[in-house]
Design a protein around this ligand. Structure first.
Ligand code: HEC
Ligand code: HEC
Ligand code: HEC
Ligand code: HEC
Length: 510
């Protein structure tokens, strides 16, 4: 029965193509997954090989693609046009399209902590609308890319369960978590697992949220009916045996510490793959070095990848029934007979991927709508008067001001304007002075644009009246790291070296 269905699939797709030509309205609702496949059938006849022909006797192929720790990113990580320019949903969508063209059986998963980042919990009320719009943009992009499951990570409930339900309602793929439960009756908030039919291969996916989240955080997410998280290890023990029976490949999306994930791999048999976000000492790693990108623990392979959508993990799997555990083709060039194999690689989201026009349109719409708010709702800014701004300093420090104008700090706002990102709460703070302290609304921003004197020197409002008795301390490394940190810049920031490029000329004293 399965074989008949599979053989008749191309015919069905041809019918789909015809249908698309006749009723173009259908296409709009169709995720890329299907649209791509139908395109393929039109050119399939000549060179195209069936999966059976590519893989060895009796095996089926699965191309697994996963992202993890997207932490609310939609663009090239942090900053555009820097040397290592990776990431963005627009490139990811274009990559997935290409990958579908080369692989008949692609499975696309997200390992959680997707919609919001670690700092978004501190967002002020006036910033929340933007965060909300961005989360919706991410979900809609995932729909169009054809994502098949997403783990709910603890950052995903940053805006509360109610909002998350709204995103879940939009999503054409399941949100899963086996251990997120309501405190009162211990019922699950999301489905614990999902079983995907990937061209006949059954892929079982189990989701586990990090189980060490403080109580207050969970209470805040849904005050009316507080949440709690049960032990990831215990849930895995309880659920894996049953899921194992129902699927061929068993994948665990577990946004738990690497230590916990190793423990699960050791104590719970039957898991083929764990997508591990590499959480150590409470923080996920933004950049994962090559040698740490995977780890074999018993029968289970732990795989990782960079955060912020910079690189996707991919496994090209040749699955043989009863061929567990899988062996790596990269390590064993001649795999043992009868064993399933995989080829592991990370795909870097770099400029050669171009940008998917549909997702570009979504991002553009988000940018246009990002101007802050309803100014009436803005909070009081008690520190507004403490900022003197560069124009004040310029009156007495002509030479230093001229020097500063020659650095790119003085054009930092223009860099945002160039791409229309200047009013985004996830960009502006590092490209201006005193965002959220001295100003919020665009109409008040003028004097605070660019990285200015007080970004480095600090605040010292009484200095002009009496410079001698109100001196400034030395500029410290910590004032640079607010902006030049590892989340933003892939390359190490070496203070002594970078300082020389921006240190203003000394005062000429008598
Ligand atoms: C408020 C955020 C912020 C702070 C604080 C900050 N920078 Fe920058 N820095 C930036 C931004 C943004 C740019 C890129 C500007 C652009 O091209 O638009 C930049 C660019 C630079 C560059 C390249 C300059 C050039 O002209 O090529 C250097 C070097 C640099 N920063 C060093 C430092 C040092 C050293 C410190 C601390 C003493 C520091 N920055 C503090 C945000 C900051
Ligand atoms: C945490 C602080 C921070 C945030 C947030 C931030 N930037 Fe930057 N940005 C920097 C720093 C530091 C640099 C300069 C060093 C570098 O190139 O990485 C920079 C440089 C840039 C540049 C100039 C790069 C070049 O090489 O000319 C652009 C454009 C830019 N950022 C855009 C953005 C956009 C768009 C966002 C929001 C999505 C953003 N930035 C968010 C700190 C930040
Ligand atoms: C009214 C003129 C005036 C203004 C405005 C002014 N300064 Fe100064 N500044 C001085 C004088 C005079 C000195 C030298 C004080 C001394 O000899 O001890 C000085 C010294 C400094 C020094 C050297 C370190 C120190 O404290 O001795 C720094 C850094 C500095 N100013 C930064 C700034 C910055 C940043 C601004 C703007 C926020 C600013 N100044 C605004 C007059 C001014
Ligand atoms: C990117 C960081 C940065 C920015 C922006 C910056 N400065 Fe500086 N400035 C330095 C550093 C570093 C020194 C060297 C002295 C030190 O380390 O404290 C310095 C030195 C100075 C001095 C001389 C201090 C002395 O003891 O001789 C003055 C005055 C000064 N800056 C004023 C300004 C003014 C005015 C502006 C804005 C127009 C400005 N700075 C912008 C980093 C910065």
């Amino acid at each position: 029965m399965k074989a008949i269905l599979m053989r008749s699939l191309p015919q069905w797709l041809t019918i789909t193509v015809l249908a698309i030509m006749v009723i173009p309205a259908i296409v709009v609702e169709r995720p890329y997954a299907e649209a791509e496949k139908s395109e393929k059938t039109t050119s399939a006849d000549d060179e195209k090989q069936t999966p059976e022909a590519v893989t060895s006797e009796g095996s089926s192929n699965l191309f697994l693609v996963y992202s993890v720790n997207n932490v609310g990113y939609i663009d090239v990580c942090g900053c555009k046009r820097k040397k290592v320019r990776q990431g963005s949903l627009t490139r990811r969508a274009s990559y997935v399209k290409q990958a579908r063209f080369h692989h008949d059986n692609l499975c696309l998963l997200d390992g959680g902590n997707t919609l919001f980042g670690p700092d978004d919990g501190k967002a002020k009320d006036f910033e929340k609308r933007q965060l909300h719009e961005k989360a919706k943009l991410i979900v809609e992009s995932y729909n169009r890319m054809g994502y098949q499951a997403m783990l709910v990570g603890h950052h995903d409930i940053t805006m509360g369960l109610e909002k998350l339900r709204e995103y879940q309602g939009m999503a054409k793929f399941p949100f899963i978590s086996a251990n997120m439960r309501f405190k009162d009756d211990s019922s699950r908030v999301f489905d614990p697992t999902t079983i995907l039919d990937c061209d006949g291969l059954k892929v079982g996916v189990l989701g586990l949220t990090i189980d060490t989240i403080p109580e207050y955080y969970l209470n805040r997410a849904n005050p009316e009916r507080p949440l709690h998280l049960t032990s990831a290890l215990e849930e895995a023990k309880a659920l894996v045996p049953e899921l194992r029976k129902q699927c061929d490949i068993l994948i665990l999306l577990s946004a738990n510490s690497t230590e916990t994930n190793r423990q699960i791999a050791t104590e719970v048999g039957g898991i083929d793959l764990i997508v591990d976000p590499y959480i150590e000492l409470g923080n996920h790693k933004v950049w994962v070095d090559e040698e740490l990108s995977m780890e074999q623990v018993g029968e289970t392979l732990l795989v990782r990848t960079d955060a912020q959508g910079a690189r996707l993990g991919t496994l090209d799997i040749d699955w043989i029934e009863n061929g567990r555990p899988m062996v790596s083709l990269s390590f064993d060039s001649v795999p043992p007979a009868g064993r399933s194999t995989y080829w592991y690689e990370r795909a870097s989201m770099e400029p050669h991927l171009l940008e998917d026009p549909d997702i570009v349109a979504l991002v553009e719409a988000f940018r246009k709508g990002s101007a802050f708010v309803n100014t009436e709702e803005l909070p009081e800014l008690p520190h507004k008067g403490k900022y003197l701004t560069a124009s004040t300093c310029a009156m007495c420090h002509v030479e230093q001001t001229e020097f500063w104008k020659g650095t790119t700090h003085a054009d930092a706002f223009a860099s945002l304007v160039e791409t229309g990102d200047q009013w985004r709460q996830d960009c502006i703070a590092c490209h201006v002075l005193g965002y959220g302290q001295a100003f919020i609304a665009p109409e008040d921003a003028e004097p605070f644009k660019d990285v200015q004197c007080e970004n480095c020197h600090g605040l010292n409002p009484n200095h002009p009246q009496d410079p001698v008795n109100h001196p400034w301390g030395k500029v410290k490394e910590t004032s640079c790291l607010v902006c030049h940190n590892k989340d933003q810049t892939r390359t190490d920031f070496i203070f002594s070296k970078e300082r020389r490029k921006v240190a203003c000329p000394p005062l000429k004293r008598n």
